[in-house]
Structures are given as structure tokens and as C-alpha cells.
Design a protein around this ligand. Structure first.
Ligand SMILES: Cc1cc2nc3c(=O)[nH]c(=O)nc-3n(C[C@H](O)[C@H](O)[C@H](O)COP(=O)(O)O)c2cc1C
Length: 352
């Protein structure tokens, strides 16, 4: 039924329904009973935070933190809200979200539609329970003048600082002009230094990278990130169109879903190899089932996230992945998620 609707209207409809469900006493419990799966082998710890399972919801689904109270009931081990920007903004003109069903993919050019950081902060402040860690993904307003990007991230961070368990610097969305250029070593260092100087009490700060980042740029960035960030989110959507029919070539925006899966996994492995597994990675891109998630862990991800797969496969996907992951770990003689991390990658020296 939802796929018969315009994609953005379907999304807004689902958000409104879930917001309503969150107000019904007992609804979260009932959803949790239907959609959650837990197993001791899935519990894990990353950047000092404890996760009941490694499967999170990726940024962009709950941009305004409206649903952080009810989303854990769908079995997620963590939730990432945002991207939140400092001041409210409408985003790009519609239509700006497109389904590519023949490829299990989406193309979006939403452009950080956001009610702003104060609104998001109020939503997070009002949460009564927080059963899983909540990450807050930060961006900057589209009209941020050149040279004021640091201030843009700082304003959003300051407003939301008390409420997140971890933070993500989004410098990789293709839909805000100039944003991906902040993946430059010097520019990113300025942002990280500024955020770290006000990061008290200290919370982990992750950086979200683009799958389109050239290898030479990665070489420059990784030493900085290893030094100044607690981890990475790999990866955002791509402006390339791998395997898509030609008619999608001119549709602007970021591609997500199955066509991104292997590119994302390769980038995770490359980063794991170059950092000798010392920088935790949240792996995201094209996860549609347990085997996809397992491959990301083996490539070096400590946690994974889903977005497009959840839209296509439905709300049962998280439990399916978690159940399958617990079986895969057992079949391979591994006792926990952490034992699978980076197993398919040759590093120069494996830490004991
Ligand atoms: C409709 C849509 C909106 C998104 N919005 C954001 C966003 O605001 N911030 C962000 O960091 N990533 C955003 N993403 C990217 C996802 O978080 C994720 O990195 C990407 O979609 C790859 O994962 P997937 O293949 O499981 O969807 C968005 C993705 C989609 C499909």
C-alpha cells in the first residue's frame, strides 16, 4: 500500500502513524514483542557505549527526532537521528525522493529538511526512556556562508550536546552544495578541533564519509581521523549510478540501497586495513539481510545500520538480521560480534 503512494508522502504518513503509536500506552511493548530479537552473542561495546545488538537505524529516517522513543521497539540496537542543522530549513524543492524498485534502491536529494537543533533538542529532552544508545547526526544549513562551516556545526552541536550518546559529523551528503568538500584534511581538522574543545562531558564523535571519496584523499584523512575522532560511519549515499538503467543517470541526488552494498563493504575493508582496525566503523549501505550485515562485520565494521533495506523489506528486517547474525556467528564458531569484526581483512599486524 505504501509503495502505491508518492515516496515522501508515504514516509511522512509512516512518521505520523508511529508518532501516534508512541502515545498509546503499551504500544512500544507490543511492537517490541513482535519485532525484537535478543541473544547474548549480539551484545557489544563500541566507543565506551553498550549495544544490545549491532543493528542500528541509519540517519535520515528520523531527521527531527520525533520517533526516538518508539523506534527501539523495532528491535534496533541503536538509533541515529538527524541530520539536524542549527536553524530550521525546508530542504530542496519536491519531488526529491525517488524509488528505484527494480534495483532495490532509492535516490534522494532532500537537502537536510530539518526543524532545527532547538526543536530536536526539545524532542530528545522529552524522552522518557532510552533503551538503546541514540546518535545525533549533525549538518549545516544550506545558506551557511563559505568560511562559517565550523560555526554551523558548533551551533548544532551545542544545542544538542546534552542529549546524544554519540555524535556524527555529516560531511558527506551530496545534497548540500560544498558539504563533501569538508572531507578535506585541514577543513575537517578545524571542525573536529572546535567540537572537541567544547565536548564536555566527553561523548564519542564519529565522522560520516562518502563512498565517492578518492583513495588519495582517504590517505590524507585517516591519520587525522585516527587521532581526532572516535570512529567513522561508512558510508553515505553515492552520486554514481552503479548498475542502474540509463534513465536514472540524470536524476540528481544520492543513491542508496543494494547498488551501494559492495562499494560500502570494500571501503570499510580498506579503512580497516589502513587503520589496522583501530578506528571503530559503523558500516552502512545496502544491507538487506543477515549475510550482508555479516560481510560488513567481517570487513571491519563494529556495528551496522540499515535504511533502504528497512523501507523495502519492512519492519521485520531488524529481527531477521539479528537472528541470522546469531546463527552465522555460531556456525563459524564465534562467540560474539566482536570476534567477527575484520576477519576477512589482512592487516599488517593483528592486535591480540
Ligand atoms: C531518504 C534518505 C534520507 C537520508 N538522509 C540522510 C541524512 O539526513 N543524513 C545522513 O547522514 N544520511 C542520510 N541518508 C543516508 C543513510 O543514512 C545511509 O548512509 C545510506 O542510505 C546508505 O544506507 P542504505 O543503503 O541502508 O540506505 C539518507 C538516506 C535516504 C535513503
Amino acid at each position: 500500500m505504501l509503495f502505491a503512494l508518492d515516496p515522501e508522502r508515504a514516509h511522512q504518513g509512516v512518521l505520523a502513524l508511529l508518532e501516534l503509536a508512541a502515545k498509546i500506552p503499551g504500544a512500544a511493548g507490543a511492537l517490541g514483542a513482535a519485532f525484537s530479537y535478543s541473544h547474548p552473542s549480539l551484545e557489544t561495546e563500541v566507543a565506551g557505549l553498550r549495544f544490545p545488538n549491532p543493528v542500528g537505524l541509519a540517519a535520515g529516517f528520523d531527521k527531527d527526532c520525533r520517533l526516538a522513543g518508539i523506534l527501539p521497539a523495532f528491535g534496533f540496537g541503536f538509533i541515529e537521528v538527524g541530520t539536524v542543522v542549527a536553524r530550521p530549513q525546508a530542504g530542496n524543492p519536491k519531488p526529491r525522493l525517488f524509488r528505484v524498485p527494480e534495483c532495490d534502491a532509492l535516490i534522494n536529494r532532500l537537502g537536510f529538511n530539518s526543524r532545527g537543533a532547538s526543536h530536536a533538542a526539545e524532542k530528545l529532552r522529552a524522552l522518557r526512556s532510552r533503551p538503546v544508545p541514540i546518535g545525533v547526526n549533525l549538518g549545516i544549513n544550506a545558506d551557511t556562508p563559505a568560511g562559517h562551516e565550523v560555526q554551523g556545526y558548533l551551533d548544532a552541536f551545542r544545542a544538542l550536546q546534552p542529549f546524544g550518546d554519540y555524535y556524527v559529523l555529516n560531511v558527506s551528503s551530496p545534497n548540500t552544495p560544498g558539504l563533501r568538500e569538508l572531507q578535506d584534511r585541514i577543513r575537517l581538522e578545524r571542525i573536529l578541533t572546535a567540537l572537541r574543545s567544547v565536548n564536555a562531558p566527553r561523548k564519542p564523535i564519529f565522522v560520516k564519509l562518502s563512498p565517492d571519496i578518492p583513495p588519495a584523499q582517504l590517505d590524507h584523512l585517516l591519520p587525522l581521523l585516527r587521532d581526532q575522532a572516535e570512529g567513522l560511519v561508512v558510508c553515505n549515499t553515492t552520486v554514481s549510478r552503479p548498475g542502474l538503467p540509463d534513465r536514472w543517470a540524470d536524476v540528481r541526488g544520492g543513491l542508496s540501497g543494494l547498488p551501494l552494498r559492495d562499494r560500502s563493504t570494500q571501503l570499510i575493508a580498506e579503512i580497516y586495513r589502513r587503520t589496522e582496525g583501530e578506528l571503530p566503523v559503523i558500516g552502512v549501505g545496502g544491507i538487506f539481510g543477515p549475510e550482508d550485515a555479516y560481510q560488513k562485520l567481517r570487513a571491519g565494521a563494529s556495528l551496522v545500520q540499515v535504511y533502504t533495506g528497512w523501507i523495502y523489506r519492512g519492519p521485520g528486517l531488524v529481527a531477521t538480521i539479528n537472528r541470522g547474525l546469531a546463527e552465522l556467528l555460531k556456525d563459524h564458531g564465534l562467540s560474539c560480534v566482536r570476534d567477527a569484526v575484520g576477519r576477512s581483512v589482512e592487516v599488517l599486524e593483528r592486535k591480540p
